[in-house]
Design a protein around this ligand. Structure first.
Ligand SMILES: NC(=O)c1ccc[n+]([C@@H]2O[C@H](COP(=O)([O-])OP(=O)(O)OC[C@H]3O[C@@H](n4cnc5c(N)ncnc54)[C@H](O)[C@@H]3O)[C@@H](O)[C@H]2O)c1
Length: 262
C-alpha cells in the first residue's frame, strides 16, 4: 500500500484498542509495516489482521510494558521482520483515578510502570538501532492532563507530565542523530480507558449520573462542543511520522478541540 510511510517499520504499543488501534490502522493505510503490540495478544492480532485485510503490512506481538525482557524481544522482532526500525508510537497506558491523599503506593507504582516507565523502556531499546541508522521518529502518547489540572487524577497526571518533560529532554539528546521525539496530548476521546476512568470517578463520588451523561457534560466544556474522535489522534500520529513534520521535535501537541486554549 503506497503512502507517506511506505515500507517504514513502526512499532505501536497498546495497539489492541482505542487510540493505539486506530493509529496502527492509519499508519498501515499510509504504507507502514506496523508491529502491533499489546499485552492482550488477541486484540493485537485483530488489529494486525484489520491492517492486512485492508491491503497493508503488519505483524503482531504480545508484550507487557512492565517487562523489560519482553520489550527487548519486541524491538528485536521489529528489526528482524523488517530490517530496521523507523518509528515508535509509545501509546500503551492504563486508567487510574484518585486525588493525592486517596491514591495507594501500589496503584501509583502500577500506573507509573505501565504508562511512564514502559514508554521510556521502549525508547531506550529502539534508540540504539535508530542511532546506528542515523534516523528515527518517536511519538509518545501524553495527554492534556500534562498541560492543565484535572480533578482526582494524581498518578495519571504525573505520568503524563513526565512524558511531556521526557519528550523535550530526549529531543535534545538525539537531534544530532536525526531522531525526532514528539508527544501528542489528546483531549477526551471516548475509549475503553476513558469509560473506565469516568466509571471509577462516578462510583467513587456515589453519583447518580451515568457515564454517558458525564461524558456529555465534558463534551459541552470543549470549545468545539464535542469530544474528540480516534481519527483526530491517528491523523496527528501519521503527520508526526511523515516528513511533513520534518522540522518538529520536542513538541507536545494538544489535539483537544480547544480545551487547553481556554
Ligand atoms: N482516550 C483518551 O481520551 C485519552 C486522552 C489522553 C491520552 N490518552 C492516552 O492514550 C493512550 C491509549 O489510551 P486509550 O484511550 O486508547 O485506551 P485503551 O484502554 O482503549 O487502550 C489501551 C491499550 O493498552 C493496552 N495495555 C494496557 N496495559 C498494557 C501493558 N502493560 N502492556 C502492553 N499493553 C498494555 C491495553 O490492552 C489496550 O489495548 C494511553 O496512554 C492514554 O493515557 C487517552
Amino acid at each position: 500500500m503506497a503512502g507517506r510511510l511506505f515500507k517504514k517499520s513502526i512499532i505501536v504499543t497498546g495497539a489492541g484498542s482505542g487510540l493505539g488501534r486506530s493509529s496502527a490502522i492509519r499508519l498501515g493505510e499510509e504504507g507502514a509495516h506496523v508491529l502491533c503490540v499489546d499485552i492482550n495478544p488477541d486484540t493485537a492480532k485483530e488489529t494486525s489482521e484489520l491492517i492486512l485485510s485492508a491491503g497493508g503490512a503488519s505483524t503482531f506481538y504480545q508484550a507487557d510494558m512492565c517487562s523489560e525482557p519482553e520489550i527487548i524481544e519486541m524491538v528485536k522482532q521489529a528489526v528482524d521482520s523488517t530490517g530496521g526500525i523507523y518509528g515508535l508510537l509509545a501509546n500503551a497506558g492504563i486508567a487510574g483515578t484518585g486525588a493525592a491523599h486517596e491514591t495507594s503506593l501500589s496503584d501509583w507504582n502500577n500506573l507509573m510502570d505501565v504508562s511512564l516507565t514502559g514508554k521510556w523502556l521502549c525508547a531506550k531499546h529502539v534508540l540504539p538501532h535508530m542511532m546506528a541508522q542515523k534516523f528515527g521518529n518517536i511519538i509518545f502518547q501524553s495527554s492534556i492532563c500534562a498541560l492543565n489540572g484535572f480533578p482526582k487524577l494524581v498518578a495519571y497526571t504525573a505520568a503524563k507530565g513526565a512524558i511531556a518533560a521526557m519528550t523535550r529532554q530526549m529531543a535534545t539528546d538525539y537531534a544530532d542523530y536525526n531522531i525526532r521525539v514528539n508527544a501528542i496530548a489528546p483531549g477526551t476521546i471516548e475509549t475503553e480507558l476513558v469509560r473506565q476512568t469516568y466509571k471509577q470517578r462516578l462510583d467513587h463520588a456515589h453519583s447518580d449520573i451515568t457515564v454517558d451523561e458525564s461524558l456529555a457534560q465534558t463534551a459541552s466544556r470543549y470549545p468545539l462542543g464535542r469530544l474528540g474522535q480516534e481519527v483526530d489522534i491517528s491523523n496527528m500520529a501519521a503527520f508526526l511520522f511523515s516528513e511533513e513534520s520534518g522540522w518538529m521535535t520536542g513538541t507536545v501537541i494538544p489535539v483537544d478541540g480547544g480545551y487547553t486554549a481556554k
